[in-house]
Design a protein around this ligand. Structure first.
Ligand SMILES: C[S@@+](CC[C@H](N)C(=O)[O-])C[C@H]1O[C@@H](n2cnc3c(N)ncnc32)[C@H](O)[C@@H]1O
Length: 488
């Protein structure tokens, strides 16, 4: 493991390496600091910076992506791995090789990016995937992720029972919206790990000396770095591979609503400039933090992908897709067929309750309304229009006609009765959600009180505050949607 370096030391050694890579000195305009607002490290402006000044220029060879990795790996890796898999694998191998290089008996060659890799975080304590991995015993971990028995990380893993309990306690307090997202992130991670583990095993049949170099722990660390720090970068292949790790630019934190972004250029790989004169982004004054928007993301997404949330997030909403899944399931065969209609017409997606805004009251979003209108659409009794053997041709289209008329915008509602049932179901969904949040918030508060008496890591405390924040914002939205419905 590297000796712990201060932010200043890391910055200095990164600058020296960038210089050796032909990169113009970014420290002319920016400085790496520990931010005070809980964002970890961040970059701040040195002096007042004129609009549209290029602050950071990272040349192509210093970027870490599927294009720059190519020359270091067998040619088939390019088609075998996605960008996330390959970059994560590369980081995992470097961590392992660096560990070995620290041993005088078995020095390994250093990677060209090592001074950059050294600046990447070694822990992700606020990301739910970390809790999910951390709370498992070796046996549970091996079975959940299909880790080979001889994986070095299982042999060397030391689990702190208190940390495990704290992580377990956080997982138990995740709102359903966070849980669904966290499971999705974990599913992606698992798929990537399994693919890389399997391919690396094949690769090591020809190079057995490299066998021990891939371990689960280092892959997880590489994957978390890739997932939280990569930025968009067109590598000229499938869209899914359009990403890169970029030194210095990867130190820039997220701020909502910014339009300034890293820019890809033919000569300098990736650059970041101060806002243009006519930009709505604030101009950079001495000491201001640089920022760009990672996307229009709600808190459950920010928390599960990046390990942070925003206290006042303009994209807050409540994802109720899981509730709709259940309602259609409860409606039996007809419910499943109606869900099929929604899927076929691309109207089965994320369904949400939206908060009040300047221009609208709190409400169910359009596709949630469409789904509920179809759920409550009364089909003709007798013949089943979904059954092609039973119903005359054209009968399904006829039965669904009133719904299609709403979809096309020809009608506002299917019928007053259908609309009343839809609104009633929305009220019921809100009531259930409010009840859930009324349990979720106090459970977080109770844990906060309990943790006050223990020496819990500040990052875990911050995670608990974030979970509580999601419960609270969902409560406000569900109550507002219910109130707006009652006022109709
Ligand atoms: C691309 S890195 C940015 C640099 C990072 N702060 C560091 O210390 O290296 C992304 C990570 O920074 C943190 N982060 C970014 N924007 C943030 C924000 N607005 N509030 C809190 N944390 C933030 C999160 O941990 C996220 O996973």
């Amino acid at each position: 493991m590297p000796s712990v370096q201060t932010t200043t030391e890391l910055w200095e050694s990164l600058l020296a390496w960038l210089d050796s890579q032909g990169c113009p000195d970014p420290s002319k305009y920016v400085q790496l600091v520990e931010t005070t607002a809980g964002g970890g490290r961040g970059l701040v402006a040195k002096g007042d910076i004129p609009p549209n000044t290029t602050l950071i220029k990272i040349p192509n060879p210093a970027l870490l992506n599927t294009k720059t990795l190519r020359e270091f790996y067998p040619s088939h890796f390019h088609t075998t791995f996605s960008a996330t898999q390959w970059i994560s694998l590369h980081l995992a191998l470097q961590y392992a090789r660096h560990d070995r290089a620290s041993s005088p008996v078995d020095p390994a060659p250093r990677d060209k990016w090592w001074p950059f890799i050294l600046t990447l975080p070694r822990t992700f304590p606020t990301v739910p995937l970390t809790w999910s991995i951390g709370r498992r015993s070796n046996e549970e971990l091996a079975s959940a992720f299909g880790i080979a028995e001889d994986d070095v990380s299982l042999r060397e893993r030391q689990v702190d029972p208190r940390l495990r309990r704290w992580q377990e306690e956080l997982l138990e307090r995740m709102p359903p919206s966070v849980r669904v997202r966290a499971e999705e992130v974990e599913g992606r991670f698992k798929k990537d790990w399994e693919k890389v583990q399997e391919e690396w095993k094949k690769h090591c049949e020809a190079t057995p000396e490299e066998k021990d170099e891939l371990s689960f722990d280092f892959f997880a660390l590489g994957w978390l770095n890739t997932n939280t720090r990569c930025v968009y970068f067109d590598v000229g292949g499938p869209k899914v591979n359009n990403l890169t790790l970029a030194p210095v630019i990867d130190m820039i934190n997220h701020a909502d609503g910014r339009s300034t972004k890293p820019i890809q250029g033919p000569v300098h790989g990736l650059t970041f400039a101060s806002p243009e004169a006519r930009s709505s982004d604030p101009q950079l004054k001495d000491g201001d933090e640089l920022a760009f928007s990672y996307g229009a993301h709600e808190n459950p997404m920010l928390l599960t992908e990046y390990g942070f949330s925003l206290p006042a997030n303009p994209y807050s909403h409540v994802d109720v897709t899981r509730v709709l899944e259940q309602l259609f399931e409860d409606a039996g065969e007809e419910g499943r067929l109606k869900k099929g209609v929604l899927q076929d017409s691309q109207y089965w997606g994320k369904m949400t309750l939206q908060p009040a805004s300047d221009s609208a009251t709190a409400c169910a979003d359009w596709i949630l309304l469409l789904a509920l209108r179809l759920l409550h659409l009364k089909l003709p009794t007798g013949r089943n229009p979904f059954d092609t053997n039973d119903a005359p041709s054209g009968s399904l289209a006829q039965a669904l006609g009133p719904w299609y008329a709403v979809v096309a915008g020809d009608e506002e509602i299917i019928s007053p009765l259908n609309e009343a049932q839809v609104q009633q179901t929305i009220q019921t969904i809100c009531d259930v959600l409010v009840l859930e949040t009324k349990e979720g918030v106090p459970r977080c508060e109770e844990l906060e009180r309990k943790w006050r008496k223990e020496e819990v890591d500040p990052d875990l405390r911050a995670s608990l505050v974030m979970l509580k924040g999601v419960w609270e914002e969902e409560k406000v939205i569900a109550e507002a949607v219910a109130a707006a419905g009652r006022a109709k």
